[in-house]
Ligand binder design. Structure first.
Ligand code: NFE
Ligand code: MG
Length: 518
């Protein structure tokens, strides 16, 4: 008999996500993804000065404020007709790159890795490496003091990496990753001020000019990070992809084969050439990347707590009008669709659009280029690591292109028109991010954000199509309903972020098991 399992909240992600899965004969048969927090940021921007958009939208999220600040800047640039100077474009790329590195390392090591590594195996480490011995002693002491968060409790799984040498090495990298994230955050502080409430990008450009000293400070950190990403992060991903017990996760967790990238990291002043190109892929047809057109985006709200008047609007004319009484609705997340299709966004989508050699080689070695094409949980992690490397490497080139003494700002960013539309479409660590603005009487008349997790964690749409995370869960093995580890492995591979606002009580469901997991 089918059984519904509810995980609420899914932990080790950002924000508040509830996942319900229906399990039959040991596999997931159906799934529902619900955003249980209401943000309301778009509503409170109405009537504000357009410059406020950037500072307010940075507060959407503590993990990706930089991406929102960047999207808001491009949005205002487009509404005011800014000609972005090269220095400003490059500094925005470098800061966004630093945030990608910080976020990708955070995701793999601190949010996802504990789904695969048996932390208790560290206590059995008997090797001679002094650092790993010290780590073992530290963890044993924490266990004795019953101070085991964030490592325990956890779902038990027979397939955790439990060789003491390998597990301890990987846990050592978990600790090193904290230092790497610090370095990446320091890079942002050099040009933008301290995260998360930074002030360094504004409509028209950036606020802090390149100088010899800040260029050197940035370069030193880029070199350190590049070597760690090559020698540790990429290698750990290859190790994980080679664990035979995880072979099913190469294909399991595929979201349905539709991928979308808006494109990011402008390489010319018109924004036509991008380091991460834009494009759309349908039905896993990865050799046929279609041209992206933002007019093909709509947000469906059939199953979201918003009024019917919000249904199927392009974000340029989007509406955010909550309706808590709506029958059938089960999420505060809208359901963005491209040509009416649910689309996965994020590193896997971007890498499938860009197709770097490293990705194609790895996919070939893992047999993933043989039909039927399906890219599941592990390719999602691998794409994130490969993207992290590509961006870090490219940052060394960008930093050399900075020109001290040349402009960093176009004053047109200050000239607010009486009426204008704008759009700022960028890529954040978790995927395609768009901000749209309509300025009227020099104030914000409408502001709409469609964030990466809006795409990935969306509920069903007006056509009854599930969102990408919902789709990816179908067929995931759950041999023991009391232990749905593979469900959280799949959900976490998307690196979801449900940003924070006012908490609203979720309607009661019947016959559910409620889990709280770390
Ligand atoms: Ni709150 Fe974000 C990113 C944005 S949301 S982390 O990346 O935009 O998915
Ligand atoms: Mg929105």
């Amino acid at each position: 008999m089918a059984k519904i399992v509810s995980i609420d909240p899914v932990t080790r992600i950002e924000g508040h996500l509830r996942i319900d899965v229906e399990i039959e004969n040991g596999v997931v048969k159906d799934a529902w993804s619900s955003g249980t927090m209401f943000r309301g940021i778009e509503m409170l921007l109405r009537g504000k000065h357009p410059w406020d958009a950037q500072q307010v939208t940075e507060r959407i999220c503590g993990v990706c404020p930089l991406v929102h600040g960047t999207a808001a800047s491009y949005n205002l640039d487009s509404a005011t007709g800014v000609n972005l100077p090269d220095n400003a474009r490059i500094i925005r790329n470098l800061m966004l790159g630093a945030n990608f590195i910080q976020s990708h390392v955070l995701h793999f090591y601190h949010l996802a890795a504990l789904d695969y590594v048996d932390i208790t195996a560290v206590a059995k480490y008997n090797g001679s490496n002094p650092e790993l011995r010290a780590l073992k002693n530290k963890i044993v002491k924490l266990v004795q003091a019953k101070d085991v968060y964030p490592f325990l409790p956890r779902y038990e799984s027979p397939d955790y990496v439990s060789d003491p040498e390998l597990a301890t090495t990987l846990v050592g990298h978990y600790v090193e990753a904290l230092e790497m994230r610090k370095l990446a955050h320091e890079m942002i502080a050099i040009f933008y001020g301290r995260m998360p409430s930074f002030v360094g990008t504004i409509p028209g450009g950036v606020t802090n000019p390149p100088t010899l000293s800040n260029i050197l400070a940035l370069s030193a950190r880029i070199s350190q990070l590049r070597s760690w990403i090559d020698n540790i992060y990429i290698q750990d991903i290859l190790t994980l992809a080679g664990v035979s017990a995880y072979a099913p996760f190469l294909r399991a967790g595929d979201s349905g084969g539709n991928y979308l990238a808006y494109g990011g990291f402008d390489e010319d002043s018109s924004g036509t050439k991008k380091f991460l190109p834009s494009g759309a892929i349908f039905n896993n047809n990865i050799m046929n990347v279609q041209k992206f057109d933002k007019d093909n985006i709509i947000e469906s709200v059939k199953y979201s707590w918003y009024t019917e008047s919000c249904e199927s609007r392009n974000p340029r004319e989007g509406k955010t009008d909550p309706d808590l009484e709506k029958k059938e609705a089960y999420s505060f997340i809208k359901a963005p669709r491209y040509q009416d299709k649910p689309m996965e966004v994020g590193p896997l989508a971007r890498m499938l659009v860009k197709k770097p050699d490293m990705l194609l080689k790895l996919a070939g070695n893992l047999g993933l280029l043989e039909p039927p094409l399906k890219f599941g949980i592990l390719p999602r992690h691998a794409a994130r690591a490969i993207e992290c490397k590509l961006i870090a490497d490219q940052m060394s080139t960008w930093v050399e292109e900075l020109q001290p003494g040349k402009p960093i700002w176009d004053k047109k960013g200050m000239e607010i028109p009486n009426e204008a539309y704008g759009a700022g479409l960028v890529e954040g660590p978790r995927g395609a991010l768009g901000h749209w603005i309509h300025i009227r009487n020099q104030k914000i008349d409408n502001y709409q954000c469609v964030v990466p997790t809006t795409w990935n964690a969306s509920p069903r749409d007006k056509n009854g199509h599930r969102g990408p995370i919902e789709n990816s869960l179908i067929g995931i093995p759950v041999p023991d309903v009391d232990n749905p580890i593979n469900v959280v492995r799949c959900v976490r591979s998307f690196d979801p972020c449900l940003a924070c606002a006012v908490h609203v009580i979720h309607p009661e469901h019947n016959g559910m098991k409620v889990f709280r997991v770390v």
